[in-house]
Design a protein around this ligand. Sequence first.
Ligand SMILES: NC(=O)c1ccc[n+]([C@@H]2O[C@H](COP(=O)([O-])OP(=O)(O)OC[C@H]3O[C@@H](n4cnc5c(N)ncnc54)[C@H](OP(=O)(O)O)[C@@H]3O)[C@@H](O)[C@H]2O)c1
Length: 163
Amino acid sequence: MMNAIAAVSARWGIGKNNDLLFHIREDMRRFRTLTAGGAVLMGRKTLDSLPGGRPLPQRRNIVITRNPHFTREGVEIIHSIPEALRLAGELEDVWVIGGGEIYAALLPNCKRCYITRVSADPPFDAAFPDLDRLPNWRLLDAGEPKTEDGLSYRFTEYINENL
Ligand SMILES: NC(=O)c1ccc[n+]([C@@H]2O[C@H](COP(=O)([O-])OP(=O)(O)OC[C@H]3O[C@@H](n4cnc5c(N)ncnc54)[C@H](OP(=O)(O)O)[C@@H]3O)[C@@H](O)[C@H]2O)c1
């Protein structure tokens, strides 16, 4: 089963200059809790955006790149979307964790999206597809309004009715 998890701005922005738009501690905690014990699947740029370019601890880290020579300690490398789908079919719990290119490519194969909707609207250069405009995605849980350091956000959940 493949699911996606992301934190998005008011206009579904997710990043700028290969960094996140927000650092919400409670969101990071929720991310760790949900993905713990599973496999995380990410694009090479997202791996490079992590502290020290290192994989996330206590999870199987799978990274997709077109570069046939790419290696990184503690990371499994794959080279295509079909390869990602094959692997996902063999694993119980795969989390698509970004970034923009990888979310867009794998969204049709995700059953659920766990989206932290932040109401702020900063500039961005990477985005998540706007699920409110995609006919097969339904908002299952709009979440309670929360705030941290002056940022308002909700933990929402969408479900893919095509799968
Ligand atoms: N808000 C959030 O929840 C969240 C989560 C994650 C990331 N982000 C942000 O998202 C941004 C990064 O996103 P991005 O779209 O620029 O990059 P990305 O999706 O993380 O990675 C893109 C890279 O993935 C590889 N790739 C893409 N499609 C491929 C394919 N079909 N086959 C093989 N490899 C493929 C390529 O790597 P090579 O160039 O090595 O070939 C490509 O350059 C950053 O700002 C990051 O902070 C935000």
